[in-house]
Ligand binder design. Sequence first.
Ligand code: G4P
Length: 527
Amino acid sequence: MSEELKKEIKKRRTFAIISHPDAGKTTLTEKLLLYGGAIHVAGAVKSNKIKKTATSDWMEIEKQRGISVATSVMGFEYDGYKINILDTPGHQDFAEDTFRTLTAVDSVIIVVDVAKGVETQTRRLMEVCRMRNTPVIIFVNKLDREGRDPFDILDELENELNIKVVPLSWPINIGAKFKGVYNIYENSLDLFTPSKQTISERVEIDDINSKLIDDNVGEADAEKLREDIELIDGVYPEFKVDDYLAGKVAPVFFGSALNTFGVKELLDCFVKIAPCPKPIDAEERRINPEEEGFSGFVFKIHANMDPNHRSCIAFVKVCSGKFERNIGYKHVRSDKIMKFAAPTAFMAQKKSVVEEAFPGDIVGIPDTGNFKIGDTLTSGENIHFKGLPSFSPEMFKYIENADPMKSKQLEKGIKQLMDEGVAQMFTSTFNGRKIIGTVGQLQFEVIQYRLLHEYGAQCRWEPLSMYKACWIESDDQEALEAFKKRKHQFMATDKEGRDVFMADSNYVLQMAKNDFPKIRFHFTSEF
Ligand code: G4P
């Protein structure tokens, strides 16, 4: 194994910031980029926001999606580390995109609003992190505003996110009286100076009893801080990096992204403790990033919105070895060797042609429809990466052809959009009709619009009242057949031909579970 490769892997930190919309993800991303010197003014990362947009304001979303390629991956150097932030769409209708992006990161930072606590989107995304044991750090944001008691927030984080937490910093008051943050991890006191661009003042403290604290925040608040820290010492276990890396404990930081407060502490701790790329389990074997042979997988496909160029960018996460431009790699699904003349890297929000990339890096490959989500590229070996599950959609509609002259185009369009991961398609085994499942209403509009503009095909939606699609399996083949026979009206297959039970209500699902104990029901396609 080459020393160069080893060194490059060690310095990589590939992660995503996730939050419920409005908690401060964009602001935090921007501040991290400011530290990395990747941008020079605040307000530069606004373009990736698909939010505050009425569902019907579809063109606006198009425009924003167009720009968001640039902000899909943001790479920068900081303190000798190479950091790759993978952006996730804010709009909850694109949650599936976010789920898939989480398969390409080595760790996650969760942003929580101190006034709102844990919100729905955060809870759902955390479930995905837990499934994959992804290490998470939590940043409690907006301390400059009135909010909840920090101890209550910690309780809520533990209960709602189902993970043990350890505070590594602690706020001195919040809202109008917010004075700063005591950094438990590094024993220092950061004083709050509300300023949107500059970095706050830091006082090094050797001991929590130091008089310096009283001098800076006043006796009363210093006393309260000491009581709080004593309580924290008593209640929360000592922070162990290994527990964090195993996804068992989440360190918590407090701050205000807008005021660039507590962000540096977060970043400094993050680069030190966050994992570099780790071995990944493929179906065939475990792939070590330090292996000489290159391997990577497609976790996202971004379509070009210009109908005249039906090209897209496939985002490949490098898993092992070194990726090089113009070298032939095997596209495992098609068993073809492909060369890439213009792979792009994403540094400082700019796309540029890249000669080489290392594990943890994301490479953008211009494509004209060869790639599907989950595809693997390798130096030659047949590798299939696991862990790119489809999640049970929440909204379902029958898709019908509205222009009989264009049925070929419709079929092709649907296939490609599904390969891109825009939504999921199921085929009813009962009547052969095609069902599209999404996580939000917006995706139906996206599909209809894109079918028309990119493929010249027209579709029509027909309502379908459905609760969940569950992938089913059983060790008992007879029981499985009996179930499929009894529920034949509600059976469908997914794109891989797997059996899916379309439950029309939670009640029906529960009944099915009771009546057929030998059947296992799954809400993701991988189990
Ligand atoms: P998101 O990407 O998670 O959706 O959140 P975003 O960063 O856009 O932040 C949502 C709103 O919260 C923004 O205000 C932002 O300025 C504000 N915000 C972020 N961090 C802090 C903080 O630490 N303190 C306070 N007080 N506010 C914060 P907005 O009015 O919705 O947008 P804008 O007009 O300021 O851009």
